[in-house]
Write a protein that binds this ligand. Structure first.
Ligand code: DSN
Length: 421
């Protein structure tokens, strides 16, 4: 029977697109490091009747009636999130990671206040103060960069010097294209010394932190963490803000999320978050997080052996950034296209201090969270890295590589459950 019997009958155009996307995901290899495959249980929550419900407010303090079950769902999501990350408070209503960051800025800053955050070209995120965002019309973003692109080391002494000069209200850590661990204690010290709140955007590595495969910034004194829920954490698309201990900060964040920026929370999405948090609280999730890193290392070893230039020289987490322009003489856009034809989906990405344009940069970014969910291990990861090199050096045609990738993908079907295999 079709997975979508009603859509099949009632909306054939959308049905075709859904079936096409399912096939694309099943037969191809997803290496975009911010993507993953959710369980069937998470999908069931997303497709539940909770999508019909308005629930402005927070559990026990709603503006509409009929909240008996939504209150239970949101309270469970909050309690599970707190447990996963060692937080005293959690707001699970942000619709995405950008919303979580924006609400956090408005909770903690006045217009004109300064945020010290990582430069986009060195791995930071658009919402960390890139000039194309409207945030920069309201707040003053001062950016820091890597000291050494070959190792990924940040210049914490310079960061402290700049912080003392610009007096940020937020010292912001976090990234969407940086493959190394940060020195959280140094960030937290700089924030304390300058009277700023320390905020870490853990969107990319939330699953690694939850699975104890990466350090937890709260253990190093960070005040706030913002995140998405759909990357390494393997939940539905969405965002969240966690506060380590300050009730005052948590109250301001709640107010900024609702009514500051959002209306009714998406309760079906919050139920799906709760389901995925329960999955991440299981011991098996720790193994998953460890395997993500082992698989990245297996890919890294192949690239190193072949002298391929990796920004920061390798990876401590789930993602790798390759300089394809120097290594293969092709641009990031060409590399993305070639690999796409081979059934490998990843994204072109600027490398630090890139001289090429953002739509056709020098690098590609990819990672192992999704392929690890499919049960692939270090052998398969090394195999995929080798196929990538063969395609990028044009030793193998994209078409021939596609056959191999499809075989590999079909041998590792996307699982329905992480609890009952
Ligand atoms: N688009 C996400 C990523 O790919 O990292 C971040 O917003």
């Amino acid at each position: 029977m079709s997975e979508y019997p009603f859509i099949e009958q009632e909306d054939p155009d959308i049905f075709r697109a859904l079936v096409g996307e399912d096939k694309r995901q099943a037969e191809g290899l997803e290496l975009i490091p911010s993507e993953n495959y959710v369980s069937r249980a998470v999908k069931e929550a997303m497709a539940s009747s909770l999508t019909n419900k308005y629930s402005e407010g927070y559990p026990g303090k709603r503006y509409y009636g009929g909240q008996e079950f939504t209150d239970a769902v949101e309270s469970l999501a909050v309690e599970r999130a707190k447990k996963l990350f060692g937080a005293a408070f959690a707001n699970v209503q942000p619709l995405g990671g950008a919303n979580a960051n924006i609400a956090t800025y408005f909770a903690l800053l006045e217009p004109g206040d300064t945020v010290l955050g990582m430069d986009l070209s060195h791995g930071g995120h658009l919402t960390h103060g890139h000039p194309v965002t409207y945030l920069t019309k309201i707040f003053n973003f001062v950016r820091y960069k890597m000291k050494n692109i070959e190792t990924g080391e940040l210049d914490y002494d310079d960061m402290r010097r700049v912080a003392k000069k610009v007096k940020p209200k937020i010292v912001l850590a976090g990234f969407s294209a940086y493959p190394r661990e940060l020195d959280y204690a140094k960030f937290a010290d700089i924030a304390r010394e300058t009277g700023a709140v320390s905020v870490m955007d853990i969107a990319h590595i939330a699953g690694l932190i939850a699975g104890n495969a990466a350090k937890n910034p709260f253990e190093y004194g960070f005040d706030v963490m913002t995140t998405t829920t759909h990357k390494t954490l393997r939940g539905p698309r969405g965002g969240m803000v966690l506060t380590r201990e300050s009730a005052d900060i948590a109250k301001k964040i709640d107010k900024a999320v609702f009514p500051g920026f959002q209306g009714g929370p998406h309760m079906h999405q919050i139920a799906a978050k709760a389901v995925s948090f329960a999955e991440a609280l299981r011991p098996s999730f720790k193994k998953y997080a460890e395997r993500i890193i082992a698989n990245t290392k297996a890919m890294e070893n192949v690239f190193r052996k072949h002298g391929v230039r990796m920004i920061t020289g390798g990876s401590d987490n789930h993602l790798i950034l390759l300089d394809v322009w120097t290594s293969f003489g092709i641009s990031g856009r060409e590399a993305e296209l070639l690999l796409d034809q081979a059934g490998i989906t990843l994204n072109k990405n600027a490398i630090a201090d890139d001289t090429r344009k953002p739509m056709d940069p020098s690098g590609i970014r990819f990672g192992t969270p999704a392929m690890t969910t499919r049960g692939m291990g270090e052998v398969e990861s090394a195999q995929v890295a080798q196929i990538m090199i063969d395609v990028l050096t044009k030793r193998t045609s994209a078409l021939a590589a596609k056959e191999e990738i499809t075989r590999l993908a079909l041998a590792h079907p996307i699982p329905d459950s992480f609890i009952h295999p």
